[in-house]
Design a protein around this ligand. Structure first.
Ligand code: ADP
Ligand code: MG
Length: 422
């Protein structure tokens, strides 16, 4: 928060040419308020969100801080400690799908989406004014830990606060802010991602995982459930391995997976693969029922993609049941099965992710899997609290042995959602 304020002062208070009179000097010294939003890791339920499925993210302690001051006009000026030396500027009237590029589109996109929300409500969109904002983040970039959603959601709670909308006070309101953040990412930043990241950042709570039901027609409040996940109490830790590998080919691959799933659902006469998952779960023999459905698909690739999505939704249900039963130390095999399915059936893992997962397991992790979209990014390992160092050392050594670049490590404790910090 202090660094976001420092970036703000350096970028905007001094850019004005220094205080012209005593009043401005006081205003300059006045501390600008700061909001923050967390990155996330997904415990299980990967590539299920766009199939109307289930996923189970937690909010990280790592977050993106936004120092923000509204302006009397519609100008947006942005600075970021992660984009040093550049100020990104636009006016809200110029923000539209396809019209702006760069990291500022994640920020200005949220303002645009909140204005759209107000218009849809029959309210005055000019409640969302322009603003100066400075950003600093402890969420690693492009590591599959959702720095993009952390940025959007920090801006969403900031604008909610300064415009007096009051949305962040309730879970229903937070669902509205999540939708606005998703629209910013999809329509303004142009990244066709599902809705998990923004819901995790705005709606997950400390000591819990967030069970998200991604069926589109669902009432937003009914779409999320808090599931107890107190790692400390269980003597466990969730070690995140940031492979620091490029997301190779990720854009085209993600779109291709999505299209395959949508085509398969259509072939089966279903609205989404979630319906297939529910149908097979309702039979006495889910594996047999799934096999029958898979025979109706035209090719082996489609069959494997669908098998991943359907079994993964089942694993989310099984993992949640274990957590509700107070058995977080028993979820390892489900994490392992998720990784195998993503690697072999969905084909979104990478050498780095496989090395991280295998080394963690050999060193004693209870379970390990890739997390996020794949093709690089991060893996997670559930470990006994006293084995964190040993598992991290083993992963580091395995990367060296395989000639891979050094990975980064962080600990994921289920943490609080986006809010004002100072
Ligand atoms: P991930 O969300 O997995 O970290 P993405 O590619 O979705 O990766 O989002 C990363 C992008 O989000 C960056 O390239 C940048 O445009 C933007 N971004 C995220 N955090 C910041 C930040 N602190 N400052 C500036 N831009 C940021
Ligand atoms: Mg992202």
């Amino acid at each position: 928060a202090a660094r976001a304020r420092a970036v703000f002062a350096a970028s905007f208070d001094e850019a004005a040419g220094g205080p012209a009179d005593a009043h401005e000097a006081r205003a300059g010294q006045e501390q600008v308020p700061v909001w923050a939003a967390p990155g996330r890791v997904n415990l299980i339920g990967e590539h299920t969100d766009y199939n109307a499925g289930l996923c189970l993210p937690i909010a990280l302690p790592h977050r993106t801080y936004v120092a923000l001051r509204p302006r009397p006009d519609s100008v947006v000026r942005l600075a970021s400690a992660q984009a040093p030396g550049e100020t990104w500027t636009t006016t809200l009237e110029d923000v539209a799908p396809g019209a702006i590029t760069g990291w500022g589109s994640y920020v200005a996109g949220v303002a645009w989406a909140l204005r759209e929300h107000l218009v849809a409500q029959g309210a005055d969109p000019s409640a969302i004014t322009g603003f100066d904002a400075a950003v600093d983040s402890s969420v690693p970039f492009g590591a599959g830990l959702s720095s993009s959603a952390a940025l959007e959601c920090a801006v969403a709670v900031a604008l909610d606060d300064v415009a007096g909308l009051g949305l962040r006070a309730t879970d229903a309101g937070r669902a509205v802010l999540a939708t606005a953040s998703v629209r910013a990412e999809n329509e303004i930043a142009g990244a066709p991602t599902g809705g998990m990241d923004q819901s995790a950042s705005l709606r997950a709570t400390a000591g819990h995982a967030l069970l998200l039901d991604c069926r589109p027609g669902l009432d937003p409040v009914e779409s999320a459930e808090q599931v107890p996940f107190d790692l400390d109490a269980a003597g466990l830790a969730l070690l995140v391995v940031d492979t620091r590998a490029e997301h190779r080919l990720v854009d085209g691959q993600y779109a291709a997976r999505r299209a395959t799933c949508e085509d398969a659902a259509r072939t089966l006469g279903l609205g989404s693969l979630r319906e297939l998952a529910d149908d097979v779960a309702a039979t006495g023999d889910p594996a047999g029922a799934l096999a029958v459905a898979l025979e109706k698909l035209p090719d082996d690739v489609a069959r494997r993609r669908v098998r991943h999505v359907v079994t993964e939704i089942g694993r989310v249900r099984d993992l949640v049941a274990l957590l509700r039963d107070g058995r977080p130390d028993a979820v390892g095999p489900l994490m392992n099965a998720s990784h195998a399915s993503l690697r072999d059936d969905y084909e979104v893992s990478s050498v780095e992710l496989d090395v991280a997962v295998d080394a963690a397991r050999v060193a004693g992790a209870l379970g390990a899997r890739m997390t996020g979209g794949g093709f690089g990014g991060s893996a997670i390992a559930l470990v006994r609290a006293d084995q964190v160092e040993a598992v991290a050392d083993a992963v580091r050594a395995a990367f060296e042995r395989e000639g891979l670049g050094a990975p980064g490590f962080l600990l994921a404790t289920p943490s609080a959602p986006a809010d004002r910090v100072v």
